[in-house]
Design a protein around this ligand. Sequence first.
Ligand code: ATP
Ligand code: MG
Length: 421
Amino acid sequence: MRAEIVAVGTELLLGQIADTNAQWISERLAEIGVDVVHHQVVGDNLLRIQEAIGLAASRADVVLVSGGLGPTEDDITRDAVAAVLGVGMVRRPEIEDQLREKFAAFGRGEMSANNLRQADVPEGATIIVPRRGTAPGLSVRVGAAWLYAVPGVPDEMMEMVTEVIVPELTARGGEGVVRSKVLRCAGIGESRIAEILVDLFRSSENPSLAYLASSGEAKVRLTAKAGSAQEADALIAPLADEVLRRLGDVVFTAEDETLEEAVGRLLRGAGATLACAESVTGGSVGARITAVPGASAYFMGSAVVYAAEAKHSLLGVSLETMAQAGVVSEACAREMAAGARSVFGADLGLALTGAAGPQPHAGAAAGTVWIALDAIERSHAVGYRWRVERDRVRRWAEQAGLDLVRRYLEGRELPPGDRLD
Ligand code: ATP
Ligand code: MG
C-alpha cells in the first residue's frame, strides 16, 4: 500500500513551522508497512489544495491530508475535498450538536457562526469524531484512493491517526502485520552502533534493522513483517537478543520508554528517592523527571543553583572548593550532589555543573561538564568535554546525568571518571 501526505498551511511554506505532522505520520505508517512515497506541502489556497489532493489521489492508495479543518476562513480543506469530488457540502446535525456541547463544556459561551463551518462536510464523507479538539476529521473515497483529512494541531492529528486511521489501514492492508521493537541507547553514538552491528545490518531483511538518532540518544529499530503478530515477534526475538548481546549495557530499554521513564521505573523498583542539583542544565533534568506521571513517589526535587553563591548557600558547597577547583570541577560536582542528597533527604543526589558555551566559564573550556552521583555508600563523578554547541551540551548533560542514575540503579559499571579528551 502506497501513501501520500499532504500538509496544508501557509505557515509551513513561510517557514514559520516545520511539517512535523508529516514526519510523525510517516513513522506511524512505516510501522504498519505502508510505504509513504510522497510528501506535499501546500498553502491555504483552494485551487492549490485541490490540485495537491487530486495529484496525490491519482498516484497513491491512501492520501492523508493534515490541516485546514478548523473554524476560520482560511481553513478550507473541507471545501477543497468537496471540489475534488465534485460534490456539495452538507451540514451534519450530529456535529453541530457535538460542537455546542463542547463549547458549553469549555465554558466559552455562545459559539460563533464560524464554528459551525466545522459541521459542514463534503457529501458522502465519513466523519472522524474528535475527542480532544472540535474539528472533525474526514474519511472518503477519491477515485481509487482512500482519503483521510485530519486537523493540523498535532495532538488532534495524532489522536485520529492512532485511534482510527492506523487500525483501518491495518485491517484494509491484508499485507500481514508489521511489528517493531526499539532498543534505546544512551552514552553511545549512532555511528559507533552502526560499526558494531554492520554485518547484521547488511544481512537482515526480515526483520530489518534501522538506526535513528535524536539528541543524546540512539535507537535501533528491528522491524518484521509476518502473517501474525506472534510470527513477527518470533522473527524479531533472536535478532534482538544478538543486538542486545553486542550493545550490552548502553541499551537502557527495549520497551520504548524514555530515559526518564526508565529511571523512574528503576527508582520505584528500588524504593529509592532522587534529588538533583542543576547548574548547567538549569532545571531541565528535574523537568524531564517530573514529566513522568507519578514521579512524586521517587523524586524529591531539584535545586537550580546557577550562581556560585547559590551553590554555597543552598547546598553547602564550600567556598574553598569553588575558589580552588572552580565551579566546573569534579570536586564541586561531588559537593553539589552530596548537598542535594542531604538537603532534600534523598537516597541519591545527582549534580550537573558545566560550561555550556560558547564562551569558557570559570576557567573551564566550553563544553566541559562534570556530573556527580552521591549515594550513601559511594560518590562517583564523570567529566565530559563535548565540542558541540550550547543546546547540545545541555541536552547531552541531561542524558548523561539520567544515564548515570540508570546505570547505578541497574548495578552496571559506571563511566570512567575523566572523559575530558
Ligand atoms: P484548528 O482547528 O486549530 O484551526 P486546523 O485543522 O485548521 O485546526 P491548522 O489551522 O492548519 O489546523 O493548523 C493549526 C496549528 O497546528 C498550526 O498553527 C500549527 O501550530 C499546527 N500545525 C498545522 N499543520 C502542521 C504540520 N504539518 N506540522 C506541525 N504542526 C502543524
Ligand atoms: Mg486552523
